[in-house]
Design a protein around this ligand. Structure first.
Ligand code: ATP
Ligand code: MG
Length: 260
């Protein structure tokens, strides 16, 4: 159990090419170092460090307002950068715009408003690949295979899909560019208990297929049970980092952050 400390990040080998997800298994993929960030002049994050290795499944937990979503947004270029660095596949991506970051191989599913309600399911998926000249058919087929309901409902307006279906659509859209890292902010939010496990199973499957996952979850115990490694964030700072099951079984973490 290590409080306020980081394990040594896995070292990269200098290979920064795309489409190397299986090759980067276990190697450094994302490195956040000393990140200070916020909104306008308002600083929310202070000196945040975070690592995700190729193919790894990492969870961020912490109280409401801790800055979990702000970490995700900062990685994706949606906050005011105030200090520190974000490195992805060995390349400094600090301060890049979201459309540039997508290009690097990071997909992002925000916590709220993550589909275009007035567009159809298919149009939403196509939007996921808007930076390309044409819709990548292989990626679309793979999304339909992973989420058959999206193929069945491809002509339906996204806003009329159920909460769980919209969450699948948001994930499908983020997968259209076959990212090597998927950022998921509260994927189980608002889902009926029966669907929460199904959503976690789907995330496991995405990760099993080689995509690294960095996920924020209110459903902290289940998320820590499933992930490789977890971070506890509080007041915009790192509090704990360790293997998911170590955090899950730590008395202090349980008492302070997991409801006992
Ligand atoms: N667009 C914004 N402008 C100003 N302050 C913001 C903005 N978004 C978030 N904040 C503030 O940043 C802090 C961290 O918010 P954030 O959404 O990152 O927390 P969180 O850990 O994701 O919380 P939750 O569990 O409720 O989703 C909060 O104090 C919040 O009010
Ligand atoms: Mg949040």
């Amino acid at each position: 159990m290590s409080a306020d400390t980081e394990r040594d990040p896995p070292s990269g080998d200098g290979d920064v090419s795309r489409k190397t997800v299986p090759d980067r298994e276990g190697q450094s993929l994302l490195e956040v170092r000393g990140l200070d960030a916020g909104y306008g002049d308002l600083q929310i994050l202070t000196d945040v460090d975070m690592d995700v290795a190729g193919g790894e499944y990492v969870t961020i937990v912490g109280p409401n307002g801790a800055g979990k979503s702000t970490v995700m947004k900062s990685i994706f270029g949606l906050t005011s950068h105030m200090g520190g660095t974000v490195t992805f596949e060995g390349e400094d991506i600090t301060g890049l715009r979201p459309e540039e970051i997508i290009h690097e191989g990071i997909g992002y599913v925000p916590q709220n408003d993550n589909v275009f309600a007035s567009l159809t399911v298919r149009e939403n998926l196509e939007m996921g690949a808007y930076i390309l000249d044409s819709v990548p058919q292989d990626a679309l087929d793979a999304v339909f295979e992973r989420f058959p309901i999206l193929e069945e409902r491809q002509s339906q307006k996204a806003g009329t899909m159920s909460g769980g279906q919209q969450q699948m659509l948001a994930m499908g859209r983020a997968l259209m560019l076959e990212p090597s890292l998927l950022l998921l902010d509260e994927p189980s939010a608002g889902l009926a208990p029966d669907f929460v496990d199904d959503m976690f199973d789907r995330i496991d499957a995405i990760n099993d297929d080689g995509t690294a996952v960095l996920m924020v979850e209110q459903n902290a115990k289940e998320a820590l049970r499933r992930c490789d490694r977890g971070y506890v964030l509080a007041n915009g700072r790192n509090r704990y980092m360790d293997d998911g099951d170590v955090l899950l079984n730590d008395e202090q973490v349980r008492k302070d952050f997991l409801g006992g």
